[in-house]
Design a protein around this ligand. Sequence first.
Ligand code: C2E
Ligand code: CA
Ligand code: CA
Length: 738
Amino acid sequence: MAGRNLLSRMRGAPVGQAIAAPMRPDQQRHALMLMEDYERSGLGWFWSTDRDGLVTYLSPWAAERLGKSPEQLMGAQFYALFAPDRDREDTAERTLPLILSAHKTFADRAVKVEHGDTAMWWAISGRPQFDKAGQFSGYRGNGADVTASRRTHLDASRLAMYDSLTGLANRHRMAQRLDATITAYRVSKRSCAVMMLDLDRFKQVNDTLGHPVGDELLKQVAQRLHQAIEHTCEIGRLGGDEFQVILPDIDDRGKLGDIARSIISMISQPYQIGGDRCIIGASVGIAIAPYDGISCDEVVRSADLALYAAKGGGRGTFRFYSSDLQDAAEQRRQLEDDLRDALQRGEISLAYQPIVSAANDTVVGLEAVMRWSHPEYGVLSPDLFIPIAEDSKLILGLGEWAMRRACEEVQRLPGNLRVAVNVSPTQFANPGFPAVVASVLASSRIDPDRLELELTESVFLHESDSNERTFADLKQLGVRLALDDFGTGYASLGYLRKAPFDKIKIDKTFINGATDPSTRNAAIITAIVSLTDALDLETTAEGVEAMDELELLRKLGVKTIQGFLYSPPLPFNEISAAMSANEWVIAPSGPTHQRSGRRTIFRKVGVIHEDFRYEVTMRNISRSGTMIEGLVDIPLDTQFVVDFGEGQLAIGIVRRSQGSVQGLSFEVPLVDDGAGGLCTRHRVSPYSLAAAGMPLAALPPGNYPLHPQAGGGEGGGGAKFVLPKFGTAPEKSRGRAA
Ligand code: C2E
Ligand code: CA
Ligand code: CA
């Protein structure tokens, strides 16, 4: 107590001045005793220096902690007694030597003390002393050990920064890091990519296998992320099953696509957790500062939108941000809203696609597919709205409605055609699903053997007891089961042994191009057919569009066929009319063969040559080149800059030229954009645009913003061309265009 009083007196009064009333000798003795007591207690200690900062006094307690006697430390440089503090290095706080040399008063400044293997923290305070002439004469001060409280503080701030489950950085730290990185990089004109990652079907695992399994799964995901990602990148878990990666100094979209792909494939490998095995997937959205956003918020928002698009576009994929995602996200929200009461408003209907016997072209069944006739957008494809329905759980109501409607309608047809209904993984995972099927069978009075449920491989992504029970219950009801889209998912033939399927539907991706000898599709179909024969299952080939495909499938022994070659899905009244004859035979009609591979597109792009920009039509595109139309008399080897919009420029060299059509090969090949398309590796950097006098902003949509002052500079990261000079009359060049 006394010690503390003394200390507070010493602290309270600037030591340079005399303490108010002079002490009597006995009081002084007493004070000295108290001070010694206090020093010995270890609660605090004292120090002083001369004008050069050399130690003139140090309490024995403190000297001992430094491994010396007070005498040994006399004359030592005071600040040199303390270890440099690396935790503090990056902060703006002034260093101790600086403070001392400025003769400033300071209080509770934390310093690190190292002796042998032990480290401790002291808080020191100091007051400058001045002689009668007002000259600085040294420092006097005190210190106290704050190691314990500092440790708890560090632990607490560590807790506040890291996710206790996975040990990854948490949302708070990631936001701080990203903000600091992006702010610093803006000054040094560097780029930084951000990936947002969301696990697909994690919620199902969590719900069916329980939270402890879910937690363990997240830990394993964190470990895999560490393996997939270089240590220069920071990985964080933002909460739930959402992760974020900061990738400094990467703007190459080829490289980012590779990283995203490897993350997705590593996360999609099966997990073993206790006795459970489960499989999840991942979707990744990617945005790059400064291209897709200047501020931290802007980049994160862009990466979020890209993630949203990746999830909407089939999952298990990555997506780069592009400015048109903004509209897509808005539209998706709008559609979800509209979908809520689409059923009540009678906008949803079913179309039926005939499934035909390969042997005699007779219709043997129908597949029911949903149609939404939207008051504003017209008839929408289920590829567009089923994923929205799944995310919002609306699929439960819609799916049940579809099953009921399909059974009722087919029951009204003459004969006893089977009807196949698509069942989404969300429906299947719902424990009440078999009861729904039972109720549909009862109310429609259809023979259970005529109802076929089409399931995709994703229903196996969590193998749980409830899964097995659902299969058993469905078999008990007597309905048939078909494995849909076979070959597109995680295609493990093991599923076929485990689940009681009656049919396999070979996905159209294997059918198209099956006649092309350069693919292995024919061999794969042969293998599937012999396997299904051995297991006594039926096979249907989906998406058959050409005569040569049909011929091949017949030869390979596929029994039933579905595809535009016979018929697209038709409204019920057309089906009903066709079925009035009791038997329905369709003559296949379509192209003799299908060209596979190259995609034909017609899109306007800009082509820049010297001072001019021309508008041309792009007729096809591959990684290595494009065919354009719209310019005439272009000599071979002419170099163009092709402007794909949003800062994507590529140098194309004319390799073929015939009339108004030119074949260009790209100097740097294009890379996958994650959405089934292509994009340039690099884009024009907003930094170079800013250097040319434009405001620093994320890349705008549309064409490359040529600027009158843009005389030179670097064309987007790796591209090496010089920005073309802008002529004031780009339109005049049209004269040369065809
Ligand atoms: P799916 O189950 O693979 O359905 C077959 C899809 O292939 C249908 O597309 C059909 O129109 C299309 N198709 C048929 N023949 C050909 C062909 O020769 N060439 C090509 N290119 N396509 C062909 P649709 O109706 O757009 O349905 C798309 C997907 O939406 C379906 O794929 C299915 O996964 C889902 N879906 C449709 N209706 C429902 C439903 O009621 N419930 C659920 N959960 N999903 C549904
Ligand atoms: Ca189907
Ligand atoms: Ca299918």
